[in-house]
Design a protein around this ligand. Structure first.
Ligand SMILES: [Zn+2]
Ligand SMILES: [Zn+2]
Length: 181
């Protein structure tokens, strides 16, 4: 959804509330997958200096666990607090899209041009900022067995070598062998 804020820009003190109900955002390029609509409310107001954007939105994203590769859902909730230039100059949010993105920020496309605000793109970027770079379904996720690929959260497998994740992994498996023999 692109919002034409021309009306607000033209009238000092004008305030418009906008109820968000954007269809689930799915973006292959960034891997973002919302499984619920983006809902919430934002208010645009002309303060004389800027168009203030204030509000809140929430949605639910589907992520893939970095350890066990299982898809899981995470609710995302975020405040909106921006100030758009009144003259309709191009504006881009200062938040960087993702921390490990190597492309420099100055290439960010402006989201506010000629008093038209690209709400969907703004929401997409805001949601991405709230998504962990290394998603985990659970902090104690056991991951996959490096040998047979079984999801160890569902139970242990019959492989003889324990997953060697820590320096103590080898020690631990030695210890276990002793117990079992
Ligand atoms: Zn996991
Ligand atoms: Zn295994």
């Amino acid at each position: 959804m692109r919002l034409d804020l021309g009306e607000i820009a033209a009238h000092l003190g004008k305030r418009i509330k906008y109820s968000l109900n954007e269809g689930p955002i799915v973006d292959d390029e960034s891997g973002l997958k919302c499984v619920e609509p983006v809902t919430g409310e934002v208010a645009f107001s002309n303060t004389g200096q800027t168009i203030d954007v204030r509000g809140k939105f929430q949605t639910v994203v589907e992520l893939e666990c970095g350890r066990c590769l299982k898809a899981y859902r995470m609710p995302v909730e975020s405040d909106v607090e921006e100030a758009l230039p009144l003259e309709g100059q191009p504006w881009a949010p200062t938040v960087s899209e993702s921390v490990d993105d190597e492309t420099p920020d100055e290439e960010a496309e402006p989201l506010f041009v000629d008093n038209v605000f690209d709400l969907d793109e703004y929401l997409r970027q805001s949601i991405l900022v709230n998504v962990p770079i290394k998603p985990l379904c659970d902090e104690v996720c056991k991951g996959l067995c490096p040998q047979c690929g079984k999801n160890l959260n569902d139970g242990s497998c019959d492989c003889t070598v324990e997953p060697d994740e820590s320096p103590f992994g080898a020690l631990r498996s030695l210890f276990k062998d002793e117990l079992e023999s």
